[in-house]
Design a binder for this molecule. Structure first.
Ligand SMILES: Cc1cc2nc3c(=O)[nH]c(=O)nc-3n(C[C@H](O)[C@H](O)[C@H](O)COP(=O)(O)OP(=O)(O)OC[C@H]3O[C@@H](n4cnc5c(N)ncnc54)[C@H](O)[C@@H]3O)c2cc1C
Length: 307
């Protein structure tokens, strides 16, 4: 029987592991198929406090893991494929093996939606990004492209004009899901160039390990062309990793966990941490902060139950 099972090994999960391990709760962290979470996909992280020269994303999450292990946290590779949260102890199925636990911290993140191109995958962290706040600054005075048609694409495009010499906004239709107010803001921004009815067929150039251009195709005229670009931002949404808790944990229509105050979910003893509940900030530091909150709540919960 475990005191705490933490689902996810990103900034939220590993921070929760550091705190619960230091409280002598011997947490078990289920790492998922992406050990270290989304920061393991990127290169430089310049906005995590404490690293004046920046730090590589994979190194930062590996350090968090080592820090948690130093105090007794155990990490197990594998995915949670099923969970029974209907009674205590809770039961968690990790690829066929059931684990029983008194508390659960869900830190399974929200995966960025990508276009699905192989070239895009190869260039993530090397010019391809899903986070303007994180990576916009790397493209000071350079050419930026944003793909998407919703509010987050509009927000990212607007924000990126602080850095880029120009920002091309590519959308597959000429109608936008974005709200009127966001569209108006973007239309009023002279640095943003609209490219509508257009899809991206390829991001270049994986061989050079940097983004140099995008091959675009107009879906109405069939015209194909290459456009020079240095920073390629995909802003087509995120998918919260909550499918395995469906019907048990309260989520909103998009699958983000609904907070019941602090780090609490609708089930006493089950807590949330990080991007899996956060549709607004989605930063390493906010995820780490949320991991701390969830750990402290789990600890208090166990204390009140006499463990
Ligand atoms: C390319 C890129 C660059 C970024 N750069 C920055 C930056 O510079 N600065 C910054 O602050 N933020 C950055 N971010 C955002 C940051 O990575 C996230 O906000 C942060 O990682 C969220 O942490 P998390 O722990 O909540 O979730 P994640 O990091 O998404 O971790 C989720 C974890 O849950 C696991 N998991 C999922 N499903 C299951 C399951 N069923 N069973 C078990 N485990 C599961 C995954 O394997 C993973 O370990 C970037 C994101 C990307 C994609």
């Amino acid at each position: 029987m475990r005191n705490v099972v933490i689902i996810g090994s990103g900034c939220a999960g590993s921070t929760a592991a550091i705190y619960t391990a230091r409280a002598n709760l011997n947490p078990l962290v289920i790492s998922g198929v992406e050990p270290g979470g989304q920061l393991s996909l990127t290169t430089e992280v310049e906005n995590f406090p404490g690293f004046p020269e920046g730090i590589l994303g994979p190194v930062l999450v590996e350090n968090m893991r080592k820090q948690a292990e130093r105090f007794g946290a155990e990490y197990q590779y594998g995915s949670v494929i099923e969970a029974d949260l209907s009674r205590r102890p809770f039961r968690i199925n990790v690829e066929g093996d059931w684990v029983e636990t008194r508390t659960v911290i869900i830190a399974s993140g929200a995966s960025a939606r990508w276009l699905g191109l192989e070239s895009e995958r190869q260039l993530i962290g090397k010019g391809v990004s899903s986070c303007a706040t994180c990576d916009g600054r790397f493209y000071q005075g350079r050419k930026i492209m944003v793909v998407g048609g919703g509010d987050s694409a509009m927000e990212e495009a607007n924000f990126l004009t602080r850095f880029g010499s120009e920002v091309a906004l590519v959308h597959r239709r000429d109608q936008f899901r974005a709200s009127k107010i966001m569209l108006e803001r973007v239309r009023a921004n002279p640095k943003i160039k609209w490219i509508t009815n257009t899809v991206v067929d390829e991001v270049m150039d994986p061989k050079r390990e940097a983004v140099t251009a995008a091959r675009l195709r107009n879906v109405v005229t069939g015209a194909v062309w290459e456009q020079e670009v240095d920073g390629f931002f995909v802003a087509i949404g995120h998918i919260p990793n909550t499918a395995v808790f469906k019907g048990q944990i309260d989520t909103d229509a998009d699958g983000y966990i609904i907070s019941h105050g602090g780090a609490r979910t609708n089930i006493p003893g089950v807590f949330h941490a990080g991007d899996v509940q956060d549709r607004v900030y989605k930063q390493a530091i906010t995820a780490a902060g949320a991991g701390c909150m969830a750990a402290m709540e789990a600890e208090k919960f166990l204390e009140a139950e006499g463990h």
